[in-house]
Design a protein around this ligand. Structure first.
Ligand SMILES: Nc1ncnc2c1ncn2[C@@H]1O[C@H](COP(=O)(O)OP(=O)(O)OP(=O)(O)O)[C@@H](O)[C@H]1O
Ligand SMILES: [Mg+2]
Length: 466
C-alpha cells in the first residue's frame, strides 16, 4: 500500500483509545493524523484533503455531525466512517443519509474498523473505475470518430465539446481533408439536437441557380421544372443542424439571403410569399480564407461575422504527425474489417516512419487513401511495408523533420540546418508556455540561461561555439 498510502484523519476525544487505533492503523499502512475535538478536526480538514475521515459523533464543542457535514461538503470524494456510542443507531443512520460510507458502534474490534475501511476503499475504487470507463465511453461518443491524441487534437475535442453544448453558429476552417465535416458531425452528435437531423449541403457542388431552391425549397411552378412544392434543406434541418460546406463559394445574392436566416431565423421558399420560421443551428465550413475574401470584397463582412461566432480551426496533419500511427491503426482496422474475409493487417515501423515524414497536402483523407491502397497492394500479407506505399510516398521528398530529415540531392549545410531546427523547437516551446522561459527551458531539458543564450545567438544568426 506504500506507494499510495491513504491519509486518514482520526477524530475522537478519548485520547487512549484514539492513540491505540492510530497506532494500529499506521501498522496497516495508513498515514494517520489525530484530532481530539471538532474544532481541531475542522482546522485540519481545511488544510489538507484527507482520503478518509473516521470520527466519533459525540465530541465536545463542535460535534461529529458538523465535522462530517463540513468534510463532505468540502470533499465529496472523502470516505467518512462514523463511530457512535451504544444505542445510537438512529444517529448512525442519519450520518449515512448525510453521506457517510459506514459506521461502527462502540465498543468495536479493531478488525471491524479495518474491514469497514477496506470495503469502503474498494467500493470507492470500483466507483471511480466505472466513472472513468463511463467518461471514456462518453468521450468517444462526444468526439465521435475524430481520431487523435496530440495536443492540438485534445484541445480541439475539448473545444468541440464546449461548442456542442451551445446553439451558436460555428465556422470551421482548415485545409482539405483535415476533417471539417467530421468535426461538424461531432458537434451535432454531441449537442442537445442530436435526436434531430444533421443536414449537409455542399455549396460548391450545386450550380448557383439550383442552390437557392435546394436550400430554401420552392413553391409549385416557381421555375421551369418546379412541378410540386418542395421542402428545402433548411426546413429539413429544423430543430437540428444545417452544415453549409464550402461556404466561400456562395454567391453574393445567396449570402444576403443566408444572412437573413441567421439574423431573423426566417425565410420564404423560392416563389412563395409565406414566411417560414425555423430553429436551426448552422455550422459552416471552408478551406478558403474568408477574412481575406472579406477584405477583397468577395464575401460579405456582416455574414462573415455572423458565421464566425465560434471559429474552429482544424490543424493540418503535418502539424500533428504524432497522431499518424494512431490514424493508420484506425484506418487499418476500419478498412481491414470491410475486406472479405476481414483482415487484420499491421504496418511496419519503417513504413510508418515514411508516413510520418511525409508532408500530407491532402491531410487525413490522403492518409486514408494511402492506407487503402497499401492494403490492396499487400496481397494478403499480414504486414504492410514500404513498397506497398506506392511511388508518391516512397519518392516524394519528406519535409525536414528532426526525426526524419530530408537529405537533398545537392547536399546541405549541416550546421545551419541544425540551428534552424534548434530555433524552431525553442520558439515552439516558448509558444507553448506563453513565453515563460523557465517552463520552456524545462520542456527542452535546458537551463534557463542556456535557452536564453541559444535564443540570442540563433536570432542573430551567428554560428555557435559549442
Ligand atoms: N481526426 C480524424 N480521425 C479519423 N478520420 C478522420 C479525421 N479527420 C478526417 N478523417 C477522415 O478523413 C476524410 C476527410 O474528412 P472530411 O471529409 O471531414 O474532411 P474535410 O476537411 O471536410 O475535407 P474537404 O475540405 O476536402 O471537404 C474522411 O474520410 C474522414 O473520415
Ligand atoms: Mg468537406
Amino acid at each position: 500500500m506504500a506507494e499510495n498510502a491513504k491519509h486518514l484523519l482520526l477524530v475522537d476525544d478519548e485520547a487512549a483509545l484514539r492513540e491505540a487505533i492510530a497506532e494500529r492503523l499506521a501498522d496497516h499502512g495508513f498515514i494517520v493524523e489525530q484530532a481530539a475535538n471538532g474544532e481541531d478536526a475542522l482546522a485540519r480538514l481545511s488544510e489538507f484533503a484527507f482520503d478518509i475521515i473516521v470520527t466519533d459523533l459525540r465530541l465536545p464543542g463542535v460535534d461529529g455531525r458538523a465535522v462530517l457535514e463540513s468534510a463532505l461538503e468540502r470533499y465529496p470524494e472523502i470516505i467518512a466512517i462514523i463511530i457512535t456510542g451504544f444505542g445510537t443507531v438512529k444517529d448512525a443512520v442519519n450520518a449515512i443519509k448525510q453521506g457517510a460510507a459506514d459506521f461502527l458502534t462502540k465498543p468495536f474490534q479493531f478488525d471491524s474498523l479495518l474491514h469497514v475501511l477496506n470495503s469502503a476503499l474498494e467500493q470507492r475504487r470500483l466507483r471511480s473505475e466505472n466513472a472513468y470507463l463511463r467518461s471514456q465511453l462518453e468521450d468517444r461518443y462526444r468526439i465521435d470518430g475524430l481520431v487523435g491524441r496530440s495536443r492540438v487534437m485534445r484541445d480541439l475535442s475539448q473545444l468541440l465539446e464546449t461548442v456542442a453544448a451551445t446553439t451558436s453558429t460555428v465556422l470551421i476552417t482548415g485545409e482539405t481533408g483535415t476533417g471539417k465535416e467530421l468535426a461538424a458531425r461531432a458537434i451535432h452528435h454531441g449537442s442537445p439536437r442530436r435526436a434531430n437531423r444533421f443536414v449537409a449541403i455542399n455549396c460548391s457542388a450545386i450550380p448557383e441557380t439550383l442552390l437557392e431552391a435546394e436550400l430554401f425549397g420552392h413553391a409549385r411552378g416557381a421555375f421551369t421544372g418546379a412541378v410540386g412544392t418542395r421542402q428545402g434543406r433548411l426546413e429539413q434541418a429544423h430543430k437540428g443542424t444545417l452544415f453549409l460546406d464550402e461556404i466561400g463559394t456562395m454567391s453574393p445574392a445567396l449570402q444576403a439571403k443566408l444572412l437573413r436566416v441567421l439574423q431573423e431565423r426566417e425565410f420564404e421558399r423560392v416563389g412563395d410569399v409565406h414566411t417560414i420560421k425555423i430553429d436551426v443551428r448552422v455550422i459552416a465550413a471552408t478551406h478558403s480564407d474568408l477574412a481575406r475574401m472579406v477584405a477583397e470584397g468577395t464575401f460579405r463582412e456582416d455574414l462573415f461575422y455572423r458565421l464566425n461566432v465560434i471559429p474552429v480551426q482544424l490543424p493540418a496533419l503535418r502539424e500533428r504527425r504524432d497522431d499518424i500511427p494512431l490514424l493508420v491503426q484506425h484506418f487499418l482496422e476500419k478498412l481491414g474489417a470491410e475486406q472479405v474475409p476481414p483482415r487484420h493487417v499491421t504496418m511496419s515501423q519503417d513504413a510508418l516512419r515514411r508516413l510520418m515524414g511525409y508532408a500530407w497536402p491532402g491531410n487525413v483523407r490522403q492518409l486514408e487513401n494511402v492506407v487503402e491502397r497499401a492494403l490492396a497492394f499487400s496481397h494478403g500479407r499480414a504486414q504492410i511495408d514500404v513498397p506497398d506505399l506506392g511511388p508518391d510516398i516512397q519518392n516524394l521528398p519528406t519535409t525536414p523533420d528532426e526525426g526524419n530529415p530530408w537529405f537533398p540531392d545537392e547536399g546541405m549545410d549541416l550546421e545551419r540546418y541544425i540551428e534552424g531546427v534548434e530555433l524552431t523547437l525553442i520558439k515552439r516551446s516558448l509558444e507553448r508556455t506563453q513565453g515563460n522561459k523557465v517552463q520552456a527551458a524545462r520542456l527542452l531539458n535546458l537551463k534557463r540561461t542556456t535557452l536564453i543564450e541559444k535564443l540570442k545567438r540563433l536570432e542573430r544568426g551567428q554560428p555557435g561555439v559549442a
